[in-house]
Design a protein around this ligand. Structure first.
Ligand code: COI
Length: 357
């Protein structure tokens, strides 16, 4: 159990217009900090006023990207409870990412305590309007000063919060996805399964090119043969073909999404066969042309459950479900958001209440 010291900001910022939040643009009054040194381990957990970092320009994180991050949300229910969705899963994934990035791990229960403490301090920032929430961004950076390429000995763990609306400007409207045929995001042995900034830096170029062509995001293929579907820039992706649900397995190159695993569990509860394995893009496109590709949707904390209306692979296009959200995607969206915002009973034990709003 952490002994977290709380120092409140002398003056609070003005709260934003909740109808114009966007995603990850506005930050709250406080942040959580904890430092690591070899002598003291993780120490001095604290909530302090939100402020810029002062870091030496030679810090390892700026040069060799030794860092990682997480993403989760706090929701306000109609009864004014502030609650989290499976924060232990984010804590476990951060623990696992630490191992891949040679960062000293933080116990899952400490991660959850830190998130809950900050959210309680910032409870007035959890938005009230439909579909908006407090996006929580925990991250760890390497703070050793020096240009040698090796694991840092010192680190800072920080959590910041941002009241946010939908990730895509389209909201729940189906998005267009470009299947990337030149660049790759991950390959066996690399860091694809860790939530580290390097994976996202590597993805920016393809994302920018796709955006210029009017696509919301890129669908990544495997990094070896560019044959099998893996994930989308900010979400995992699932395909409904001939009544069955297919998605790539989380075997080292794909981010193990919390929303992904929750949706798979719900789908199996509802009797769907969910196949986690290799799915060739050529088979997806063929199913699309033959009218057997019934639904395609992404899953992610930021993106929630996001329908896809079009896939474009090397100039070949398929359009899904007349560009409308499909019934399974809609049911998943309604169930996930229903549990998260407290409109539906949590019969899975996924909801963690934090405090009264
Ligand atoms: C999330 O869904 O929380 C993520 O971290 C994806 C991010 C790139 C917005």
């Amino acid at each position: 159990m952490l002994d977290i010291k709380i120092t409140k900001a002398a003056a609070l910022k003005q709260k934003p217009d909740e109808s114009k939040l966007g995603f990850g643009m506005i930050f709250t009054d406080h942040m959580f900090l904890m430092d690591y040194t070899p002598a003291q381990g993780w120490h001095e957990p604290r909530v302090v006023p939100y402020a810029p970092f002062q870091l030496d320009p030679a810090c390892v994180v700026f040069h060799y990207a030794q860092e990682l991050f997480e993403g989760l949300k706090a929701y306000r229910t109609a009864g004014n409870t502030i609650q989290l969705f499976r924060p232990d899963c984010n804590g476990q994934r951060m623990f696992d990412s630490c191992d891949r990035m040679c960062i000293p791990p933080i116990p899952v229960e400490d991660f959850v305590q830190a998130v809950k403490t900050l959210v309680e301090v910032e409870k007035d920032w959890v938005p009230h309007i439909e579909g908006s929430s407090l996006y929580i961004r925990p991250f760890i950076i390497a703070t050793d000063v020096g240009m040698g390429v090796h694991a840092s000995k010192n680190y800072t763990f920080c959590i910041i919060c941002s009241p946010s609306g939908a990730y895509y400007p389209e909201g729940i409207d189906p998005v267009r996805i470009y299947v990337e045929d030149e660049y790759i995001r991950a390959a066996p042995g690399l860091t694809g399964a860790a939530k580290c900034g390097g994976n996202y830096a590597a993805s920016v170029k393809a994302g920018e090119l796709a955006e210029k062509k009017g696509f919301a995001q890129v669908l990544w293929l495997d990094g070896v043969e560019k044959k099998y579907v893996e994930e989308v820039g900010a979400m995992n992706i699932l395909f409904k073909i001939d009544g069955k649900i297919y998605t790539s397995a989380c075997v080292g190159t794909v981010l193990p999404g919390v929303t992904r695993r929750s949706c798979i569990e719900l789908l199996r509860d509802w009797g769907y066969e969910v196949i986690e394995g290799k799915l060739a893009i050529a088979d997806v496109m063929k199913a699309g042309h033959e009218g057997r590709l019934e639904e395609v949707f992404g899953t992610g904390t930021a993106a929630v459950v996001s329908p896809v209306k079009e896939l474009d692979w090397k100039g070949d296009k398929v359009f899904i479900n007349d560009s409308k959200i499909g019934p399974v995607t809609q049911k998943l969206y309604d169930t996930m958001t229903g549990m998260q915002w407290g409109r539906l009973a949590d019969n899975k034990g996924w909801i963690v209440p934090v405090c009264n709003g």
